[in-house]
Design a protein around this ligand. Structure first.
Ligand code: NAD
Ligand code: MG
Length: 385
């Protein structure tokens, strides 16, 4: 039996992970499940899977969770430190699917156990990539990428060597506004931005896909997971989201991984690795799809691509700042406080005015993250004044 914990269990990736785990109760034993504020869903999930502990991120919800778990024998925990404590429990496999930099400390704690961490929480790797990779190496943990592109690259690298890689191509759907002009993007509403053409995902990543900051974050993520050099990592727009990414070797042979756009496929790969398990996902029907299209990304209409590549090249705390400013701006856009085009503008403004020394420890990352959030708030105040 594999002992598994799921961080961010009530989210889009968390639910897909639970769906797979619950299909084979003989194979998996659920240890910890976590959520930020949805006590009822978390308690229901914990009861249905007979989890050992349930952790709610918001500390003030402790008594509500405890009450919802009455008589179940499941331990209730609450608050940020409880998330870290739960991540340090001895399990075989942890899904890191909290959204945002909030997932950083639990993910590091899970990596320190030296077991296997399936990583969906890309923001943690963007903010603290160097330190996270070091933590994994020091403990001997296995870090398995769940983001569909990085999972695809991981699969294309099986049996190959990074030294032989000529180029990695990250595919991008281009999001719901792929064909819009800048002028046509000004009035985009949150509802339009979260309606992704191919994938069903949480609100934050859906907005990131619409601005293409998601692909920018993924570029930084890829540079940490597959250190071939930034100039060997390319982005290619592929509207059908059938090819999830590609690896070209120096002999000019290119491997691609394909599949229906269903996150349960990369999650199942990470859950069973190095084995394979059956999934309920749709088989790929290429005859029905008929054609696959490709086009170059447009950094003029999608400035987030340019900002993220520059931040990746600069390194140090710059990706941390980029990520934090983006988190603040996306939350403000979703709350109806700023326009769609303001998101990248705010990120750029913060990057221009604020710099921090290269983080030597997680606390340095968290300090740069916190300061960048304050700066982003100030830019927004000027904007909405
Ligand atoms: P989501 O918003 O649907 O779910 C987020 C989860 O994190 C929820 O369980 C929520 O309760 C929890 N959470 C949010 N804020 C928290 C906080 N401050 N403290 C503790 N827990 C908190 O998000 P999602 O779409 O499932 O994405 C999760 C992560 O996976 C993101 O980093 C995203 O970029 C990445 N990812 C998602 C997809 C996808 O298809 N949804 C694909 C690739 C990568
Ligand atoms: Mg992705």
């Amino acid at each position: 039996m594999k002992r598994v914990s799921i961080f961010g269990a009530t989210g889009s990736v968390g639910l897909s992970t639970l769906d797979l785990v619950r299909r084979d109760p003989q194979a998996y034993r659920v240890v910890a499940l976590t959520a930020n504020s949805d006590v009822d869903s978390l308690a229901t999930q914990a009861r249905e899977t007979s989890a050992q502990v349930a952790v709610i991120g918001q500390a003030h919800l402790y008594s509500a969770l405890k009450e919802a778990l009455t008589g179940s024998g499941i331990e209730a925990m609450a608050g940020e430190e409880a998330l870290v404590e739960a991540a340090a429990m001895d399990v075989d496999w942890t899904m890191a699917a909290i959204v945002g930099c909030a997932g950083l400390r639990p993910t590091i704690a899970a990596l320190k156990t030296g077991r296997t961490v399936a990583l969906a929480n890309k923001e943690s790797l963007v903010s603290a990539g160097g330190l996270m990779m070091q933590a994994a190496q020091a403990s001997g943990a296995t870090l398995l990428p769940v983001d569909s592109e990085h999972n695809a690259i991981f699969q294309c690298l099986a049996g190959g060597s990074l030294d032989d890689v000529a180029r990695i191509t990250l595919t991008a759907s281009g999001g719901p506004f792929r064909t819009r002009s800048r002028a046509e993007m000004a009035d985009i509403t949150p509802a339009q931005a979260v309606a992704h053409p191919n994938w069903s995902m949480g609100a934050k990543i859906s907005v990131d896909s619409a601005t293409m900051m998601n692909k920018g974050l993924e570029l930084i993520e890829a540079a940490h997971l597959f250190p071939v050099g930034l100039d060997r990592i390319e982005i290619l727009v592929h509207p059908q989201s059938v090819i999830h990414s590609m690896v070209e070797y120096r002999d000019r042979s290119t491997l691609a991984q394909l599949g229906s756009p269903d996150m349960r496929i990369p999650i199942a790969h990470a859950l069973a690795w190095p084995q394979r398990i059956a999934t309920p996902c749709q088989p790929l029907d290429l005859a029905r799809i008929g054609r696959l299209d490709f086009e170059a990304p447009d950094p003029d209409r999608f400035p987030a691509l340019r900002l993220a590549r520059a931040a990746a090249a600069q390194g140090g705390a710059t990706p941390t700042i980029l990520n934090a400013a983006n988190e603040v701006a996306v939350a403000a856009f979703l709350a109806g406080r700023i326009g769609f085009l303001d998101i990248a503008m705010i990120v750029e403004d913060v990057l221009e005015r604020y710099g921090a020394p290269t983080p030597g420890a997680i606390d340095d990352v968290l300090a740069a993250d916190a300061e960048a959030r304050v700066r982003a708030g100030e830019v927004m105040e000027r904007l909405t004044a």
